[in-house]
Design a protein around this ligand. Structure first.
Ligand SMILES: Nc1ncnc2c1ncn2[C@@H]1O[C@H](COP(=O)(O)OP(=O)(O)OP(=O)(O)O)[C@@H](O)[C@H]1O
Ligand code: SF4
Ligand SMILES: [Mg+2]
Length: 333
């Protein structure tokens, strides 16, 4: 069964900000999906919606099918169980997510006690194992968060996320506050854990290059919509949507010396989700916009195997000669 299927997801905040607009996503077990886009494009809103973590009053529409069960219509008791045992989230900035007055081992053990019905001794032993699993000595369980470095705290957050063996991990900018070396270590760790445990991963970042290195597939968001998705390397190296192409060009490509000297940014800012432009929301910034783009939005359409993009300039893959011949035979009177 498909691990996660998001259908027509909408998130609208109480002030009218349409942060997520009709997003469809599919994730299989063992698959790593990268979600990219500039600040404010709706990545975190989407992640929070997946586990119903949005502020009260936020309107959420569509379906979030986790192992076939719709998270958006679950009872609260069921949601609480699902949040640890089926899917868990690693947020940016571990210092704010960890409780400063509790030892990290106790914080890792807590969900094991609550959701696994383990004894105190079992939970303590499992917390030690999890710390070692993320590359920290079990003895660090006795440390308080302020006694650990930023990278170590983020490892603790990952250990917490793994505590109840979830099938899906959502990591929202898990390395943004860390230096480049630690960022690479944490991403390698996450990639390894996903491979070893056969869980699904949604990794969120504004950095397409980092996502392309770590993930199998990429989805690029703009103004609350997915505007392009497909195999990670193809989207990164040969984006079809002008926004995805600009985002890709904004980051140096690893192994491509020329791209180090010519990172091309994108002028202007993402739109205010309370007052989105008409037509294609990207049209005020788009270097390839046509007159009709200000009035007509484009749906995501197939542009190749496993690839979709939402732009007036993209067309379906060319039909094969055999398919064209078959069509001619079928339509010839
Ligand atoms: N609680 C809220 N109430 C009203 N608007 C919100 C709220 N949270 C986020 N927004 C708005 O929704 C839009 C999407 O925000 P979101 O945090 O999902 O973006 P993001 O892609 O995660 O950005 P970043 O890369 O900066 O983390 C933004 O315009 C933001 O201002
Ligand atoms: S639909 Fe038009 S404005 Fe939107 S990305 Fe394509 S060319 Fe640019
Ligand atoms: Mg965010």
């Amino acid at each position: 069964m498909t691990l996660l299927e998001v259908r027509d997801l909408e998130v609208t905040y109480t002030d009218g900000a349409a942060a997520v607009r009709g997003v469809d996503l599919v994730l299989e077990a063992g698959e790593k999906l990268g979600l990219a886009g500039e600040s404010g494009c709706g990545k975190s809103s989407l992640a929070l919606a997946l586990l119903r973590l949005l502020p009260a009053g936020t309107r959420v529409g569509g379906q979030v099918l986790l192992n076939g069960e719709d998270v958006l219509t679950m009872r609260w008791g069921r949601i609480r169980a699902v949040r640890w045992a089926q899917a868990s989230v690693v947020f940016q900035g571990a210092m704010h997510s960890l409780n400063p007055v509790h030892r990290v081992g106790d914080q890792i053990a807590e969900p094991i006690l609550l959701h696994r019905g383990a004894t105190a001794a079992e939970a303590k032993r499992r917390a030690g194992e999890l710390l070692e699993r993320v590359g920290l000595p079990a003895a660090r369980a006795g440390a308080y968060p302020h006694e650990l470095s930023g990278g170590q705290r983020q490892r603790v957050m990952i250990a917490m996320a793994l505590a109840c063996d979830p099938r899906l991990i959502i990591a929202d900018e898990p390395t943004t506050a860390l230096d480049v070396m630690i960022q690479a270590q944490i991403l390698r760790l996450i990639g390894q854990l996903v491979a070893d445990e056969d869980v699904g991963l949604i990794l969120i970042s504004h950095d397409l290059a980092v996502l392309a290195q770590t993930c199998d597939r990429l989805a690029v968001m703009y103004a609350g919509r997915v505007v392009e998705e497909g195999p990670a390397r193809q989207v990164h190296e040969d984006a079809r949507h002008p926004y995805a192409a600009a985002l890709s060009a904004a980051f140096p490509r690893i192994g491509d010396p020329a791209s180090r000297y010519a990172p091309r940014g994108l002028a202007g800012d993402p739109p205010d989700p309370s007052a989105l432009p008409s037509g294609c929301a990207f049209h005020p910034r788009c270097p390839a916009a046509l007159d009709g783009c200000a009035t007509h939005d484009q749906p995501l359409r197939d542009v190749g195997p496993g690839r979709r993009a939402a732009c007036v300039h993209v067309s379906p893959p060319a039909a094969t000669d055999a398919a064209v011949a078959a069509e001619e035979v079928r339509t010839t009177p």
